[in-house]
Design a protein around this ligand. Sequence first.
Ligand code: GUN
Length: 292
Amino acid sequence: MNLLDGKYVSEKLKGEIAADAASYLAKSGRKPHLVAVLVGHDGGSETYVASKMRNCEAVGFKSGTVRFEDDVTEEELLAKVEELNADEDIDGIIVQLPLPKHIDPEKVTARIDYRKDVDGFQPINLGRMQRNLPSFIPATPYGITLMLKEYSIETAGKHCVVVGRSNIVGSPMSILMARNAQPGNCTVTMCHSRTPDIKKFTLDADILIVAIGKKNFITADMVKEGAVVIDVGMNREISASTKSGYKLYGDVDFENVAPKTSWITPVPGGVGLMTIIGLLKNTLASANGTVY
Ligand code: GUN
């Protein structure tokens, strides 16, 4: 078993991004600029947005957070997105999900200018990604491809099973792994909550990518000997033993699954750290004008 080390890879790529940001500053006189919109006080969202902002500053980007209380109206939120769209000093806009129940996330994310959609959630970015055209690629799937690349994991011709069909991870991940690209060229199976007997598919996976949001969902009896296992799970549980008061669990029973694998990501210290790299690379690409 070998570890796909998110800490090592993300630190290395952050160094490269910082160097690129410095060149961009020297050339243009400005920094790449990311703005996050955060609604309410969801613990996970607070943590993720704070981490995104911290990382932006660390690589020499400008960043900002626009905060709203839970009772913000959809109209107010849409008006703010329009304002950020029109601001020429902003390269990337993200609206952190989930949003409160009275706000339609599709409507809000659809209002972001696709040229600033560094989350890659817009249908135009998804469509362009599927066609192998320049686009913003959703940050978590993008980060996973960067990790596979870093460790030179061969994917062509392999059976990749993606568990989960979310717009943020499972769905774009399955498109990326099927594309005629490296990494990619896989035969892809997507499993989800309505798939009977998920084990039948996971047992045949050469590459297993799990984003279902359930602690220890994947057990050792579901994994083929020698598989590559990517755990996207970020299941937060209250814990008195950690500084933050929370402990993070993946979707994979790491302790029992790891010995069967050729490569596996830990949680924490795996995919989570790569997500931010995807976001930073999209923001830099937006500033450089290499996508649009
Ligand atoms: N919530 C969980 N993951 C993400 C993400 O990648 N982007 C946004 N905007 N919200 C999220």
